[in-house]
Design a protein around this ligand. Sequence first.
Ligand code: GLY
Ligand code: MN
Ligand code: MN
Length: 488
Amino acid sequence: MADELTPETPEEEQPKKTHKQRKNGLYPGVSDELAENMRSGWADTELHGLEPIAQAAHTLARRDALSRRFPGERLVVPAGRLKTRSNDTEYPFRASTEYAYLTGDQTENGVLVLEPTGPTGHTATVYLLPRSDRENGEFWLSGQGELWVGRRHSLTEAEQLLGIPAKDVRKLAEALTEADGPVRAVRGHDSVIEAALTDKVTKERDEELRVYLSEARAVKDTFEVGELQKAVDSTVRGFEDVVKVLDKAEATSERYIEGTFFLRARVEGHDVGYGSICAAGPHATTLHWVRNDGDVRSGDLLLLDAGVETHSLYTADVTRTLPINGTYTDIQRKVYDAVYESQEAGIAAVKPGAKFRDFHDASQHVLAEKLVEWGLLEGPVERVLELGLQRRWTLHGTGHMLGMDVHDCAAARTEAYVEGTLEPGMCLTVEPGLYFQADDLTVPEEYRGIGVRIEDDILVTEDGNRNLSAALPRTSTEVEAWMARLKG
Ligand code: GLY
Ligand code: MN
Ligand code: MN
């Protein structure tokens, strides 16, 4: 879309004149008559009587909890800014998890500020770019002008939707620079806001805010559980899409699988929640295979690890390992069934009051037993587990918290997460795997190049757990029957 009206950089203060504008007078290549003409003749499109977004009551409760944790302090939570890909082209924007969690908004440049009202209590304000001014030309002459990037909500519309007072973000940096009193900010998203606060914040205090916001997300509210189920349901449909086009993937590459799943994610949700792992044949033994440029061959396995992220930014994280031609070979089935048994043991260990580590230990125990039984490791099993010998082939932890981030709550303290206790409302993945590298000379040849992982999204309930992704078959025979049905 580059032409001479394209500003050279996104403008912070609108309308700043571009280099060319400064050099050439008013606007480059724009007659005064055209400039005058563009000021008027536009309808009033203000929207009235908007209903609050579905999660507005939940975001209020989250802000209240945050307010109680940091009384008397100004709290600054930015959405983040567009990141340049090249020249005037940006990467797709994804709001910071912290900002979206606390506001329900996802607008670039947005900032939530909780202003202390005294020793306790805060007022919340969301700072946003307002509608573009038509009078001064920013509407069509600025990189963030609505003519280029699309209509924004007015500040009044945003207030109605979010249930939070909204103000013009272009005045925020200066106001923060001038404000007194203790302040904490979520770092890493907005360099302009960080520069304004640089003399007022410390790394340690900001880290406490980040840790709090990570731990606060561990137990999901009812809105979040509903969104996670939506993410999983779309993901199930995405897996079905993939099975239906495996012949096309065989004729092309793993990219056909990636593209097929991505289509489902973009049509039903916001995006994929992480780069899809579409690993055929020996690529299944590479844990983060996201190049997805390999061949898809009949007789091999496909390890597909993918998740749809909803419009509200909650993601699924599901893996199935499928026989590309619809039927597992004997050795593939042997490995698959062992991983299934391990996953069953892991899922059974997910319940309120259990330690987070319990499901990992349960899963690993089964895998170690199998490896001893198959003669790949010398027993007894307890010795194997004590020395961690199974890890040559099990490679990774058995699961993680899931939510707005695929590896959710990652900043939580060890005692609150890895060494913590499961509670109703937590959602986590259970995803054991066995991976025999193609060049692993310590296993018989028939195992080499086989990688199997099965991953489901498990909600901790009052009396145990619920498998949100149970709609996808898990046993080897169910997988085969499901594939046969879809392939027709
Ligand atoms: N998809 C990344 C993971 O399973 O953790
Ligand atoms: Mn995964
Ligand atoms: Mn995972």
